[in-house]
Design a protein around this ligand. Structure first.
Ligand code: PEP
Ligand code: MN
Length: 334
């Protein structure tokens, strides 16, 4: 349920009203816009008397929200959410360019790629330390050592780091990680989402291989219901009957998710296509569709990458793409 307050409601009136709502075991989410304050109510609102609230002289309007996601709903929070990651912002017109290898392979590799992507305009560094691989015999990532090397690359370049958590037991290792990625395979690991909701870390939440947009938003809701509102949604392609591409990248998810939710939405054209030559056109399409950022795999030597070489850009190709994205964004005034 959302309650729209009249423009001249005083802070004291807002506070009294909120206390009264909380006394009915409701959680109150306040969103202050330029003229109006909106209160989003979460909990069992079936017993709330809408007519009574409508009749209050500080209330302009009351509406029930049909969608099952509340905190993530744009109706709760009409303005875009802007997440500040150590000074690097995403959302509300701030575009994040996250780049780096699929997995951290060595100190030289991650530091070299970090320097090159930073030079090319990346705003954050990605790199997997814990890797979800289809085969148990494939490279599983450098794990704890991989996180240590990412922190080294961060210290060297100043780039905030994004890396994937696969299990709750790994959480203590993520203390100095700037953005925790929840991969497609874990989008509905509800216990993990609940624990991440108790932290204040920005969470990059990827759409599951067969996840609907509503399921993605409900997973964001799990994190937000715990009190962590720093969620970034990521479209990374879904499983279809097509085989020329690794997944089918759903660009329509960008404007749809952005209309449904105030959370930043980014796109991963690397996992979304699985084909390096498709990354550039799909990255540009995503930017043109209004994405708040991109996460792109970049490797210094894609042919010898331990993971996802065929979809990785070289640092030069990434630099060209980064430049074209800036030109595209200013040409269409995004
Ligand atoms: C990744 O980004 O490294 C990754 C494994 O992605 P996804 O969860 O989208 O497959
Ligand atoms: Mn990968």
């Amino acid at each position: 349920m959302i309650v729209l307050l009249k423009p001249n409601t005083s802070n004291e009136q807002v506070a009294n009203f909120e206390n009264w709502l909380r006394s009915m075991q409701l959680q109150v989410h306040e969103s202050r816009g330029e003229t109006h304050t909106i209160l989003g109510l979460v909990g069992d609102t079936t017993k709330v008397d809408i007519e009574l609230i409508k009749a209050l002289d500080i209330v302009e309007d009351v509406k029930r929200i049909q969608e099952p996601f509340k905190n993530a709903n744009r109706k709760f929070h009409p303005d875009d959410t802007v997440i500040d990651i150590n000074g690097s912002k995403i959302g509300g017109g701030n575009f994040a360019l996250i780049a780096g290898p699929c997995s951290v392979e060595s100190e030289e590799q991650i530091c070299l790629v970090a320097r090159l992507v930073k030079q090319a305009g990346a705003t954050m560094l990605r790199g997997g330390a814990f890797k979800p691989r289809t085969s148990p015999y494939a490279f599983q990532g450098m794990r704890e050592e991989g996180i240590r090397l990412l922190l080294e690359a961060k210290a060297e370049t100043g780039l905030p780091i994004v890396t994937e958590i696969m299990d709750l037991s790994q959480l203590p290792l993520f203390e100095n990680v700037d953005v925790i990625q929840v991969g497609a395979r874990n989008m509905q690991n509800f216990e993990l989402l609940k624990e991440l909701g108790k932290t204040q870390k920005p969470i990059l939440l990827k759409r599951a291989l067969a996840g609907t947009m509503q399921e993605l938003l409900m997973s964001a809701e799990y994190i937000m219901a715990g009190g962590n509102e720093n969620v970034i949604l990521c479209e990374r392609g879904i499983r279809t009957f097509e085989t020329y591409t690794r997944n089918t990248l759903d660009i329509s998810a960008v404007p749809m998710l952005k209309s449904l939710s105030h959370l930043p939405v980014i796109v991963d054209p690397s996992h979304g296509t699985g084909v390096a030559k498709l990354v550039r056109p799909m990255a540009l399409s995503a930017a043109a569709a209004g994405a708040d950022g991109l996460i792109i795999e970049v490797h210094n030597d894609p042919a010898h990458a331990k993971c996802d070489g065929p979809q990785s850009l070289t640092p030069d190709a990434f630099a060209e793409l980064s430049d074209t994205i800036s030109k595209l964004r200013s040409a269409i005034q995004l």
